[in-house]
Design a protein. Structure first.
Length: 375
């Protein structure tokens, strides 16, 4: 590349933000989220952002907020500082060659590099992934207070506000029977106004799942996400082939290789595509490509990231030709603090995509400095 340009710094920030209510998953109860942000500054003055956020410390994935930070600081940043920030693919190929695993750390860094390069080119990040096929994307809400009546009231409020009409219910902490009763009560209350789905986050055995799926189908539930252990791809195939409810793979997918294995054995009907679980934006696009080639439907997943990871996801998901099951990019709405100058536009059951260059968001740096750990 012609003119001289280099990466001046790669910084990581841990930002603790309380959630609006307790968010109960089978693997963790979240009362706050720790955002892991990466800020890259280049010699042309362009400042860019990425995010590598996970859920519940080490309860959900094998990277913690602290490990993501220390591994970016110690191992990834030295590979980037002084290099040309325009060479995103080459830099990420080097990072992948030198560093095993660490998908979340890689996602954060790759996002920041793409944000910077898209800003430099003056285009939305989605242009670097082939361009958008939609300007807004549907966003589901997760009901996970643990209380049936409270969940119904929350869903009714979301419908009234026209913010969400698709609800994912987190289950797996109670018996299958009790969980199904909870889900069925919510579906009865909402009727045809909403699509109701469940996510058991690996809590069930295959036997429990077969029984659970039958009861959920009878209750009018539309889909079941990762009912059984992530590693049990044969079990997932059994559930899918049983043809009771559409089955979505989430934790089973750690990037393109898993996607290929699940797709080639027809072990899921739907893929939850997540940028962090896929090791970055390029990995997520590859997961989606494998799904589409195999006739598997797409859903845009979240690790409950804040605005940076949410917009990075939205930019990539906006390029998927078919996004039959919508997305769940509601992460920033679960948090009590806004880190953007202007909040993200959620309306008409969708997130409207920004048209500004890069991720298309402006970080409130003063606010971030106040929220940042060890400031
Ligand atoms: O899908 C997951 O397993 C993780 C996440 C997404 C929404 C939510 O509430 O938790
Ligand atoms: Mn899930």
């Amino acid at each position: 590349m012609s003119s001289q340009l280099s990466i001046v710094s790669v910084e990581t920030l841990l930002v603790d933000v309380p959630t609006i209510r307790a968010h109960k998953l089978s693997v963790a109860t979240m009362n706050h989220q720790t955002l892991v942000l990466v800020r890259i500054t280049a010699s042309d003055g362009i400042v860019s952002w990425g995010e590598g956020t996970t859920i519940g410390g080490l309860a959900y994935g094998e990277e913690s907020p602290q490990s993501i930070k220390v591994n970016v600081d110690t191992y990834v940043a030295p590979l980037l500082v002084g290099e040309d920030p325009r060479a995103v693919a080459r830099l990420m190929a080097q990072v992948n060659q030198r560093i095993q695993g660490n998908r979340f750390a890689k996602c954060a860094v790759e996002t920041a590099l793409y944000d910077g390069q898209a800003k430099r080119l003056g285009v939305p990040l989605s242009e670097l992934f082939g361009g958008r096929v939609r300007e807004s994307i549907p966003v589901a809400w997760t009901l996970a207070s643990g209380d049936t009546r409270r969940d119904i009231a929350e869903a009714e409020r979301m419908l009234e506000l026209r913010r969400h009409n698709v609800f994912k219910l987190k289950i797996g902490l109670r018996s299958v029977k009790d969980d199904v009763a909870h889900v069925a009560a919510i579906k009865r209350a909402l009727g045809d106004m909403a699509s109701v789905r469940i996510d058991a986050n690996q809590a069930w055995s295959v036997t429990e799942a077969l029984e659970g799926l039958r009861m959920l189908a009878d209750a009018g539930i539309d889909m079941a996400e990762q009912p059984i252990a992530a590693h049990d791809k044969l079990g997932l195939r059994r559930l899918t082939q049983a043809n009771i409810l559409p089955v979505m793979a989430d934790e089973a997918l750690h990037g393109p290789r898993d996607a290929f294995e699940v797709a080639s054995t027809q072990a899921a009907d739907i893929f939850a595509v997540k940028i962090n679980q896929s090791g970055g934006l390029r990995g997520a696009a590859q997961v989606a490509g494998i799904a589409q080639a195999a006739g598997i439907a797409l859903y845009g997943g979240t690790m409950l990231e804040g605005a940076v990871g949410t917009l990075a996801s939205a930019q990539v998901f906006s390029t998927f030709h078919d996004l039959a099951w919508g997305t769940e990019l509601f992460g920033p709405l679960l948090l009590t603090e806004e880190i953007l100058v202007e909040p993200l536009p959620y309306r008409d059951f969708s997130l409207q995509l920004p048209t500004r260059p890069g991720l298309g968001i402006e970080i409130d740096e003063a606010k971030l400095a106040r929220l940042c750990r060890d400031r």
